[in-house]
Design a protein around this ligand. Structure first.
Ligand code: 5GP
Ligand code: MG
Ligand code: MG
Length: 183
């Protein structure tokens, strides 16, 4: 199994050590930015953001609540990508501090939609934390990212929560597959 994976890797974008070191830093930054008595709801975006949220949360030294959303982006025309909410929050976020935890921001459309959707519920604040960012691909300029782990080039990244066709989410580093494994 290990050999098979090694044969498929074109390039490692972020190693396991780099991930863990940066995530610890991000957790410390988040801890410092909120007040001890802030009511923080960490909102993980399924499914890709889950591994990151699990590791990040252990470095956030604040009392937090976990919640999750599932959204699906349909690729329509460039100007009208439709984002659908598949699973809404369980928590009432009114007057609470929402920290959205995402795996990757590509065009920014998914997050823009999620933020607009959550804003209507009058949270005390909404911040965005993403592990990866592809700045070259951004079409939605209005998304302000508060915490960003790594900027990566415009390549299809997998591993550490990110999938290709639902696979590779459990690989502990981030990589690009050889072209013949993407179809
Ligand atoms: P956006 O709406 O920002 O264009 O797309 C964000 C979503 O597309 C991410 O949450 C992720 O699910 C998916 N996505 C974008 N780029 C990549 C990538 O390089 N690898 C993987 N596995 N998913 C990606
Ligand atoms: Mg995502
Ligand atoms: Mg996916």
């Amino acid at each position: 199994m290990r050999d098979k994976l090694a044969d498929k890797i074109d390039e490692i974008l972020v190693t396991e050590d780099e991930l863990q070191e940066r995530i610890a830093e991000m957790g410390a930054e988040i801890t410092a930015d909120y007040n001890r008595d802030d009511d923080v709801v960490m909102v993980g975006v399924l499914r890709g953001g889950i591994i990151f949220m699990a590791d990040l949360a252990r470095h956030v030294k604040l009392p937090v609540t976990f919640d999750f959303m599932d959204v699906s982006s349909y690729d329509g025309t460039e100007s009208s990508g439709v984002v659908r909410i598949i699973k809404d929050l369980e928590e009432n976020i009114e007057d609470r501090h929402v920290l959205i935890v995402e795996d990757i921001i590509d065009t920014g459309r998914t997050l823009k939609h999620v933020v607009d959707f959550l804003e209507t519920r009058d949270p005390a604040s909404i911040k965005i934390c993403t592990l990866l960012d592809k700045p070259e691909r951004r079409t939605v300029k209005k998304v302000e990212v508060d915490y960003n782990g790594f900027e990566i080039p415009d390549e299809f990244a997998v591993g550490y929560g990110l999938d290709y066709d639902e696979r590779y989410r459990n690989v502990p580093f981030i990589f690009v597959l050889k072209p013949k494994f993407y179809d």
